[in-house]
Design a binder for this molecule. Structure first.
Ligand code: SF4
Ligand code: SF4
Length: 447
């Protein structure tokens, strides 16, 4: 890092000073309690790759002791944003907010190559904010998967033109669809038996084109547990990818649109089945705290957001999960669980999924070592930082294999894809299957 006499004129320094929350930076007392929780510190042993180190770098820049250079940007980008450092911090430093503010300033300052700029524009401005366009992407993918194009791309070796980590991801993509949960089952679903509450399902954008069945199964579990479910048609992407990629204003705009839609639905809870989406939904109050027009409604919204496992355990009628219908074995199936970082560290929910898994008859839950540690998926981290993501995944799969489990359950689509990739890569596909916890429970729900 360069010490500089000209830091007062450095435009990135000025942007970081404007965005970074000075109180949060000074709250860090440099105790280091967060270090053992941090996956990038565990992998490298470097202070600059730890939460304390990254906060110190941000503080050094805002204090004018350092000019932010390429190495500074890299340290910020190496962070997974998993937020495992937050529950470990005795001072309550909101690290997740600091890293998002730093990335927002860096992004605002950066001049990307034209193709990167065009890709970001297409993803963050043209496709993700619009449900209908996401469905077009779903239909396009479906055509690619079903028409023979995919088979041809593999047979002709055309896939070799893409980097390995993209080829690996392509291999494990589930079947896509252009018909999401509302198009398939409609918007309103009555509770089975006496109604406990009315809930709205947050269907997600990627979730709804790649994991539509999981959304449908979520509705089934919720109605069986006594909830009336509505799925507001006009909802859109949660904004998590925007917020984590330095596109804060894009995230705020999506938040405003979602708040308006869900407020009109007038529900008791807003249910998410994807930890990454749920976490940002619970933080809409922070995202819009400087917007007087939306502040109160954002608080209304954030207070109602809950993960499906949590709602089933805390509020729902208890459900009977039997053994696999096809199972003719008397042996118990062994299951394990990979926490979604954002579900655990932001929504602070880790007991509820475990309670549900322990309720399944004929299944034995085995805790995996370091299940609370990030799997390396982290939004698009496995695409932007494939080397570090691969290293983290290798360690994860060693622990997964040691459990001897036949099922690896997760609560987030990104983690699920990363686990599928890890299982393939480590030759475990004959022995282990990665499944969303909702799908696993749904398959065993006794009607
Ligand atoms: S968010 Fe995760 S990777 Fe980043 S500093 Fe905190 S613990 Fe480390
Ligand atoms: S645990 Fe909290 S206060 Fe201690 S070094 Fe980490 S971020 Fe700073």
């Amino acid at each position: 890092m360069a010490n500089g006499q000209t830091q007062h004129t450095n435009p990135l320094t000025e942007k970081l000073r404007l965005r970074l929350d000075e109180d949060q930076l000074t709250n860090c007392m440099r105790c280091g309690f967060c270090l053992p929780a941090c996956p990038t510190f565990a992998e490298t042993g470097l202070e600059a790759e730890s939460p304390r180190g990254r906060i110190a770098l941000m503080k050094a820049v805002t204090d004018g002791l350092m000019v932010p250079d390429q190495a500074f940007e890299e340290q910020m980008n190496h962070c997974l944003g998993c937020r495992a450092c937050e529950p470990a911090c005795p001072a309550g430093v909101k690290y997740g907010q600091l890293i998002e503010q730093a990335r927002d300033a860096i992004e605002d300052h950066k001049r990307h190559k034209p193709w990167v700029q065009a890709t970001r524009h297409a993803a963050f401005k043209t496709v993700f904010p619009h449900q209908k366009r996401m469905k077009w992407v779903g239909r396009g993918l479906q055509f690619y998967q079903k028409s023979g194009l995919r088979a041809a791309a593999h047979a002709t070796g055309a896939m070799k033109l893409f980097p390995k980590h993209l080829r690996d991801m392509e291999k494990i993509l589930p079947d896509a669809t252009g018909r999401g949960v509302v198009e398939q089952i409609g918007e309103r679903h009555p509770a089975k038996g006496e109604k406990i509450a009315t809930v709205a399902l947050f269907r997600g954008c990627i979730m709804d084109v790649l994991f539509t069945d999981t959304n449908i199964h979520t509705v089934d579990l919720l109605t069986a547990a006594g909830f009336e479910v509505v799925i507001p048609r006009e909802q859109n992407c949660c904004g998590a990818l925007h917020a984590h990629s330095g596109e804060a204003e894009g995230a705020r705009e999506l938040a405003r649109r979602n708040i308006q839609t869900f407020k009109a639905a007038g529900v008791d809870y807003i249910v998410s089945n994807a930890g990454g989406c749920g976490a940002i939904l619970t933080e809409y109050d922070h995202l819009l705290h400087e917007d007087p027009q939306w502040r109160d409604d954002a608080v209304w919204f954030a207070e109602r957001v809950v993960d499906v496992s949590d709602l089933l355990v805390r509020v729902g009628r208890s459900l009977d999960f039997g053994e696999e219908e096809t199972s003719d074995s008397t042996e118990q199936v062994r299951i394990t669980y990979q926490d979604s970082c954002h579900l655990r560290n932001v929504m602070r929910s880790s007991d509820a999924p475990r309670k549900l898994m322990r309720q399944v008859k004929g299944a034995q839950f085995v805790e995996m070592k370091n299940a609370d540690r990030c799997c390396g998926s982290a939004g698009i981290y496995n695409i932007t930082q494939p080397e570090m993501a691969g290293q983290i995944l290798d360690h994860k799969m060693e622990h997964a294999e040691a459990t001897g489990a036949g099922y690896m359950l997760t609560s987030n689509p990104g983690c699920l894809l990363q686990m599928k990739h890890g299982i393939e890569e480590h030759g475990l596909s004959g022995r282990m299957k990665a499944v969303h916890i909702v799908d696993f429970l749904h398959e065993r729900l006794k009607r």
